[in-house]
Design a binder for this molecule. Structure first.
Ligand SMILES: NC(=O)c1ccc[n+]([C@@H]2O[C@H](COP(=O)([O-])OP(=O)(O)OC[C@H]3O[C@@H](n4cnc5c(N)ncnc54)[C@H](O)[C@@H]3O)[C@@H](O)[C@H]2O)c1
Length: 333
């Protein structure tokens, strides 16, 4: 009988990694989950072998690769706040770039040659054309996006020089939660609009809508939201693709349509039954009016088809998997 493949999931206690770990296990993979619990939550990891530690710790990584027969790495661990990356780029380049280079080098030394990378729509900056295809020029406008672009470039060079196979998945705005409601988390570190709207409700503090004078239907920015379940299925398909056909690829992941900030707030109010307090602020520098993914490449090459394309499901799954009471007491305390 063929032995199941073992995948190292860095950042597997985080929002997206925890759900991908669950799906990997359901699909018959063995997993080793590594997370330093900076923003991840230990009780989000229900299956797999959990190690609390830092992926930048070369000694620890060597130990993991020699103790476990790892076939591939899914790399979610990173710092993820665009705003913080402007204020403290050193922190972002150290974790998202230096630590990732150290991880890649340790993988290569240990003969681990398959890598799926959590990239981001932030690599594109302000797009010239929407929907954004993989061929669009990458011009990040913040240090966070720059860190992702740098790693993508390194992955191309490492393919040529060392034969490392990789797939960079550029998600647009991740949304939703475990549809089976098994992974429940506080998500105090999540920087996306939907959990921010929840915080506004739970803490009764207004969220700020940055700009209502964009050339969109209601004047607010439009974003493409992608459910974590669909991110997870894309990860598994991308992993299988590089196992079967070694190479270096990239995919943009979104549903191909966008929702405005106001539309998201309306759906949050409808799903939760609570009013979202908000205030209007000026435009934020570097916020593109519309970001929509062109995901035809993933559909064609991976056979990927997003299951959840309605905002109601994404909001409901996020709401039902967020620890509301603790979030309230933490934020108000
Ligand atoms: N959430 C989104 O909308 C979105 C969009 C595009 C890309 N991404 C990328 O997807 C990945 C996962 O994002 P997320 O939303 O789940 O964020 P998250 O903060 O919930 O998860 C990141 C995890 O990595 C861990 N971590 C960070 N640095 C570490 C280190 N040095 N060693 C070990 N663990 C470490 C954190 O504790 C956390 O559990 C990130 O790489 C992020 O840049 C996210």
């Amino acid at each position: 009988m063929q032995k199941s493949k073992k995948i190292l999931v860095t950042g597997g206690a985080g929002y997206i990694g925890a759900y991908v770990n669950k799906l990997l296990q359901l699909e018959g993979y063995d997993t080793v989950v590594l997370d330093n619990l900076y923003s991840g939550e230990r009780n989000s990891v229900h299956k797999g072998f959990f190690i609390e530690g830092d992926f930048g710790d070369e000694f620890l990584m060597n130990q993991i690769f020699s103790d476990h027969r790892i076939d591939g790495v899914m790399h979610f661990a990173a710092y993820t706040s665009v705003g913080e990356s402007y204020l403290n780029p050193m922190k972002y380049y150290a974790n998202n770039v230096s630590n990732t280079i150290s991880l890649l080098n340790t993988m290569i030394k240990n003969g681990v040659n398959h890598f799926v990378f959590s990239s981001s729509a932030a690599v594109f900056g302000i797009p010239l054309v929407c929907p954004i295809k993989e061929s669009a020029v990458m011009m990040p406008i913040n240090p966070y996006g720059e860190t992702k672009k740098i790693i993508e470039k390194i992955l191309r060079d490492y393919r040529t020089a060392y034969g490392l196979s990789s797939s960079s998945l550029r998600y647009f705005n991740a949304a939703g939660g475990d549809p089976a409601e098994e992974i429940i988390a506080k998500r105090t570190h999540v920087h996306n609009l939907i959990p921010i709207a929840f915080r506004s409700i739970l803490n009764n503090t207004p969220l700020t809508i940055y700009g209502t004078d964009y050339e969109t239907n209601d004047g607010t920015c439009i974003r493409d939201y992608i459910h974590v379940h669909d991110i997870a299925t894309a990860h598994i398909l991308a992993l299988e693709q590089i196992f079967e056909n070694p190479g270096c690829t990239d995919y943009n992941l979104g549903i191909g349509k966008g929702f405005s900030v106001k539309e998201v707030i309306d759906v949050v109010e409808k799903v939760t039954g609570h009013v979202v307090p908000y205030q209007i602020g000026p435009r934020r520098q570097g916020d593109p009016p519309i970001l929509i993914a062109g995901s035809e490449k993933a559909q064609k090459n991976l056979g990927w088809n997003p299951l959840y394309t309605d905002l109601e499901s994404m909001v409901a799954h996020t709401w039902n998997t967020t620890v509301r009471e603790e979030l309230f007491s933490e934020l108000s305390g």
